[in-house]
Design a protein around this ligand. Structure first.
Ligand code: T1G
Length: 679
């Protein structure tokens, strides 16, 4: 293992360089090398200033996450940074790429920070269920103020070099391609001057003068941080920076950090960090599989899904030809896309030029021939096998050889669809989730004949359009919807046995989901797919619709809604359900929230085990990635399979048996062997 840290002199300035691909993570060898080179520089009278920079794509991107959970190895980052900050020789951080987490803390412990325009700085530890652990929560507020520090430490999103300069985190923006020389010149200009130390800064007094900023910030983030431990700890740590002397503040940070590090939420979120990256890998497809260039995409259908899918490509700068059967449907779809972009621009998350650029890449058409030169065509038409096969047969005829033909179907059999073409190797599923321009999940459904280059191309394309993708085999509902259906079945069974429908929603809300199935039904509208005959009452949904209980839009659905759309359980709905249960001869009983939670979630884990056993998912962590990104499974539990590991597979099996629910072979085998899904 070559030493990742080296140094060289530029006159009286010592330049310390880290070369630890891929992201200069601050692993043990990097920390030891930094400590060694900095100590030598400080002890060398010929050295009047030090510059710290990194080779490769980025300045230090944080602690080495693979070291977490293992016995700590010295030197610790804090001790290295404190020694460096204590020196009277100016130390300058030369930043490019993404100075994140511990990397940003290295920069904070330097006396000065210069950055290239494209650099980003941030403290994303909360996204791993942690808070900065090398005094970042204490130095940052002292340098930039508590108010400016809060979004960085609690939100975890990086900021641009320009923004960093505006709040005083960066001292100078230097030229993009002359970082070392500019940093050395900057360091030289600071020689023999008193050095500023972030730990001695007083900008954090803004939080002392106005302590309300902490609770105000907590309230402003309430929805986003619901259920997470780290954000509140981060607010406490930033607040402590204004209340305690520096050394005490660092102790408080360490205490909060260790509590999080040893908790289940951080283990779950670190699992997710690697799970999301593992999902990109297709085990039996060589990493160097040649990719098919995708310069032009065709979309069949300009409805909600087709339009949403098209926007993903337009936003990524890829030309789209979108096809409809009727002009008015085409116009409606195009107008909706423009309106969506304009709303984003109104919220300040997109410039007007970007809107025009995206819409300028769109070619609406009624003519299949316009799709001939597309490299990829995705159909988002009516969920009917015959319709899909007709579309694929037509596409096979019209679209150039070598182009990929994808279906956005949410459950139909991709292999059967492929039989409608003479190019089954170029057919696969690209299952987007509605709204397709917002939801991050993409299920890539691999047909039995789908070629490696087609798969590899779509996996890469997923990242290009900002999606998190996982590969699924061909089975009803693929991965996500296949696990949703046992939960839905149990929810419907539970209310027929007497469980309160609002308890079912509350159990899922309390677990961390954004909402439960009955709230969802009211939001979407209970009348979707209703036969519209109020005299024909065959299901609870029919009964609700017959009473005009169409959901939020009607002011009542499962729940009654006030004008602010706050929900209240409805006696009428409870009675409708009770009448139905009586008609079906179902005895009613009180059902606890514990039983509800076990019957909703354990069958999902069981279905996940079957998906794994049938090799419909490559790995358990892919299932976690699907449910976190497609259905709002709370990130702080790591996803259904990691959560099952955390509570113990034996507990899941016992719960399923207690409620007379099926236990799959793989789940039982693993539980009996004391194993986990995620090794
Ligand atoms: N440690 C270990 N490996 C890491 C890593 C890290 N911090 N960051 C990335 N990798 C690996 C990643 O697994 C992948 O590996 C490869 O690098 C490329 O990553 C003390 C306690 C920097 C923006 O949270 O946000 O510091 O799959 O695919 O899309 O207070 O990586 O190739 O084998 O993501 O260009 C805080 C996490 C840590 C930053 C680059 N830092 N990383 O994105 O590439 S906690 C973070 C990222 C901490 C201190 C605390 C991104 C990136 P492989 P990639 P990318």
């Amino acid at each position: 293992m070559t030493d990742p840290i080296s140094s060289h002199r530029d006159g009286e300035v010592l330049v310390v360089v880290s070369n630890n691909p891929p992201v200069n993570a601050l692993g043990q060898a990097v920390r030891a090398g930094l400590q060694r080179e900095i100590a030598a520089g400080l002890a060398d009278d010929a050295v009047k200033a030090i510059v710290i920079r990194c080779d490769g794509r980025t300045f230090f991107a944080g602690a080495d996450i693979t070291e977490f959970g293992k016995p700590p190895q010295g030197p610790s980052l804090p001790e290295t940074l404190d020694a460096m900050e204590a020196s009277d020789k100016p130390v300058v951080a030369a930043i490019h790429g993404t100075a994140l987490g511990g990397g940003c803390e290295v920069a904070l412990a330097c006396h000065y920070r210069v950055a290239v325009p494209s650099a980003k700085l941030g403290l994303p530890e909360v996204k791993l269920g942690l808070i900065p652990g090398a005094a970042g929560t204490q130095r940052m507020p002292r340098l930039v103020g508590a108010e400016a520090a809060l979004p960085l430490v609690v939100g975890g999103d990086p900021i641009s070099a320009k923004k960093a300069e505006s709040i005083g985190l960066v001292d100078a923006i230097v030229s993009e391609d002359n970082l070392e020389a500019d940093a050395v010149a900057f360091a030289r200009s600071k020689i023999d001057q008193p050095v500023p130390r972030a730990s001695e800064g007083t900008k954090n007094e803004d939080g002392v003068r106005n302590p309300a900023i902490f609770d105000d910030f907590r309230r402003s983030q309430a929805r986003k941080i619901r259920g997470f431990d780290a954000p509140n700890a981060a607010i406490e740590a930033v607040k402590a920076a204004g209340e305690l002397p520096y050394a005490e503040g660092v102790k408080k940070e360490r205490e909060l950090f260790m509590k999080l590090m040893t908790g289940t939420q951080s283990a779950a979120m670190r699992h997710y960090f690697f799970a999301e990256r593992a999902a990109n890998k297709i085990d039996d497809v060589p990493a160097d599989t040649p990719l098919i260039p995708i310069n032009k995409v065709g979309i069949i259908g300009a409805g909600t899904m087709g339009g949403g899918i098209a926007m993903n490509f337009l936003s990524a700068g890829i030309a789209v030809t979108i096809l409809e059967m009727q002009q008015d449907a085409l116009d409606r779809g195009t107008k909706t896309m423009r309106r969506n972009y304009e709303n984003t621009a109104k919220r300040g998350r997109m410039t007007d030029e970007a809107v025009e650029k995206a819409m300028g890449l769109l070619s609406p058409t009624l003519n299949y021939d316009e799709l001939a030169d597309c490299d990829l065509v995705i159909e988002a038409v009516y969920e009917n096998m015959d319709v899909k096969k007709q579309v694929f047969a037509k596409l096979d005829e019209v679209v150039k050889q070598g182009a990929i033909l994808a279906s956005n179907t949410s459950y139909l059999n991709i292999d059967e669809i492929a039989t409608a073409t003479k190019r089954p190797g170029y057919v696969l599923g690209l299952h987007f989730f509605s709204p397709a321009n917002v939801m991050k999940l993409l299920e890539i459904v691999r047909g039995k004949e789908t070629r490696d280059d087609v798969l590899a191309t779509c996996m890469k394309l997923a990242k290009t359009i900002g999606k998190v993708a996982a590969v699924s085999g061909v089975c009803p509902g693929f991965i996500g919807n296949r696990m949703l259906s046992p939960r839905q079945q149990q929810a419907n069974a539970l209310i027929m046995e007497g469980a309160n429908y609002w308890d079912i929603d509350d159990v899922l809300l309390e677990f961390g989901f954004p909402m439960g199935p009955f709230q969802m039904g009211d939001l979407a509208g209970t009348d979707i797919g209703w036969h519209r005959d109020p005299s024909r009452i065959e299901t609870i949904r029919d009964a609700l619709c017959a009473r005009g209980r169409f959901g939020q839009k009607a002011g009542k659905g499962y729940y009654d809604y006030d004008e602010a759309r706050n929900r209240t359980p409805s006696d009428e709905t409870k009675q409708i359900i009770a009448d139905f249960a009586a008609k079906e001869g179902k005895p009613q009983r009180e059902i606890s929230k514990d039983e509800i939670r076990e019957r909703l979630l354990y069958p999902m884990v069981n279905e996940g085990a079957k998906i794994l056993d049938e090799k419909m998912a490559q790995r358990a962590s892919d299932i976690d990635v699907v449910w976190i990104n497609g259905y709002g499974w709370p990130l702080y539990t790591g996803g259904p399979m990691f959560w099952a590991d955390t509570i113990g597979l034996k507990t899941v099996v016992e719960g399923l048996e207690k409620h007379d629910l099926p236990v799959s072979d793989l789940l039982r085998r693993k539980a009996d062997a004391g194993e986990k899904f995620n090794r």
